[in-house]
Design a protein around this ligand. Structure first.
Ligand SMILES: Cc1cc2nc3c(=O)[nH]c(=O)nc-3n(C[C@H](O)[C@H](O)[C@H](O)COP(=O)(O)OP(=O)(O)OC[C@H]3O[C@@H](n4cnc5c(N)ncnc54)[C@H](O)[C@@H]3O)c2cc1C
Length: 438
């Protein structure tokens, strides 16, 4: 019995807690918050749910126990994330980004840095701690690993001021979640990817991670972006103007590309399952509708073969996508995130794109009433549109990453099935950043 899809009793507990939280606490809050016209108001309205999620361990439970986390593995996190996303995937992204910001400090930072910056995340008596993961930029992010010097790739710079023992950060970040915090004066901490060496490419040692705490002069936040979907997630516009941080706040100096690659590997199956959660909610609502609505005929529409066939396809797609994400999380747990993402990228691309089409199929089953704002399908569609585009867009970053892993001369195409780690190599990066017209 090597292959076993049964949840452990711990996983069942987590699933039950997440389901109860999603349906009874988050859903009523999210339904109202999503309707606010102003992006910051949407985010603020989700705060009572965030505080509850923090108490339940969903905001930091994935951190190692030595920093106050619960050592929740990816497979278990994925099970919780599906439940939370049936209620609101934008809210789930707020939780996820705490991990995207803090896990790189655990992986690449020193012990002293992890103790100083990660431990407080789990010790907030107000239960409102937020961390931002500031990678994306207005000029584009897909080519973060471009081999060329500045201005290709990451354009936010951090120049070393040796005399004062500080880095001086300048430039703009656009889209990062959580970064502005509840009052737009900053999340507790922002993990910012920067260019420390303007003469070197992204995958050639030019990048680093910089820890910028709330209240650091020179870091300001404009009004968050008004976005089509995931409205409970706060997407920020951050300006750095001669923002100074001590050299002790820098980590992964010369390896900032690995921060981005590994973080988006970790989040791959979570982003994938987020799309499954949304599609599942759409499917369950649609199935109920099809069993009750007649469309002016004499029988509920589920009795029509076209509707029945579409519903079977919807259900099949959801099952397939879920198990892809479970498999990817299980593989990454077993292989210590090695390979930086062949399988994380697969789960994210496969599930996100299929679930987006699956929610559209639900709309086709329901018909014109799916457009009625009194029904939930329009929200599910707005949320589903985000999945192929966010969390390292599927075209610019995720497919390139998978391509780089596969192109390596030592790549074993059976590694995923055999649960064999694929060691990460820097040479796997940069694919497709400098296309040739051939
Ligand atoms: C809800 C939400 C939350 C987010 N949270 C965060 C966050 O916390 N932190 C953060 O930093 N960002 C965040 N983002 C931004 C997100 O991570 C983006 O996915 C990321 O910036 C990449 O976007 P992109 O692929 O569109 O990149 P862009 O650089 O804007 O590229 C645009 C398009 O150009 C094409 N392209 C460009 N270069 C190539 C190439 N070399 N090969 C192939 N195609 C290419 C692709 O089609 C790509 O999709 C968030 C976005 C959303 C919507």
């Amino acid at each position: 019995m090597a292959i076993d899809f049964t949840l452990t009793s711990e996983q069942k507990d987590v699933q039950r807690t997440a389901r109860d939280f999603a349906q009874n606490t988050l859903k009523p809050i999210a339904e109202k918050a999503d309707r606010h016209k102003d992006a910051q108001e949407c985010f603020l309205a989700s705060k009572p749910a965030y505080e509850e999620a923090y108490k339940l361990g969903f905001a930091t439970g994935f951190l190692p126990s030595k920093y106050g986390g619960a050592d929740i593995d990816l497979a278990t996190f994925v099970i919780a994330a599906e439940e939370i996303c049936t209620a609101d995937p934008g809210f789930a992204a707020t939780l996820l980004v705490n991990g995207l910001a803090l896990m790189p400090i655990v992986w690449f930072g020193s012990e002293a840095q992890a103790e100083k910056w990660v431990l407080p995340a789990t010790q907030d008596p107000k239960c409102e701690y937020l961390a931002g993961y500031a990678v994306s930029e207005p000029g584009g992010t897909a080519n973060y690993d471009h081999p060329g010097p500045h201005p290709a790739g990451v354009s936010v710079t951090a120049k070393l001021d040796k005399a004062n023992g500080e880095y001086v950060i300048n430039g703009t970040k656009y889209w990062p979640t959580n970064s502005g915090g509840w009052d737009l004066k900053g999340a507790n901490v922002n993990m910012v990817t920067v260019r420390v060496d303007s003469s070197k490419g992204g995958a050639e040692g030019g990048l680093a991670g910089m820890i910028v705490p709330r209240g650091t002069p020179g870091m300001t936040f404009k009004a968050p972006i008004e976005s089509v979907g995931h409205r409970l997630d706060q997407n920020n516009w951050i300006e750095f103007e001669n923002c100074r941080v001590p050299v002790e706040n820098a980590f992964a100096v010369g390896e900032g590309d690995s921060i981005i690659s590994k973080a988006f590997t970790w989040s791959g199956p979570i982003a994938g399952i987020a799309s499954v959660g949304v599609a599942r909610a759409a499917y369950e609502w649609t199935l109920e509708w099809a069993k009750n609505y007649t469309g002016g005929g004499s029988v509920p529409i589920i009795e029509h073969q076209s509707v029945g066939y579409m519903l079977t396809e919807i259900a099949m797609n959801i099952e397939a996508a879920r198990y892809m994400c479970w498999k990817s999380a299980h593989y990454l747990d077993n292989c210590g995130l090695e390979g930086h993402g062949g399988t994380g990228a697969m789960a994210k691309i496969f599930a996100g794109e299929l679930m987006m089409k699956t929610v559209w199929k639900c709309m086709q089953v329901v018909g014109v009433n799916s457009l009625d704002l009194n029904n939930p399908l329009e929200k599910y569609m707005r949320e589903a549109l985000v999945f192929p585009l966010y969390d390292a867009g599927n075209m610019g970053m995720q497919r390139r990453k998978l391509w780089g892993v596969m192109a390596d001369k030592d790549f074993n195409p059976r590694a995923y099935t055999d649960n064999e780690a694929i060691p990460f190599k820097r040479s796997m990066q940069g694919y497709g950043t400098v296309p040739s017209r051939g």
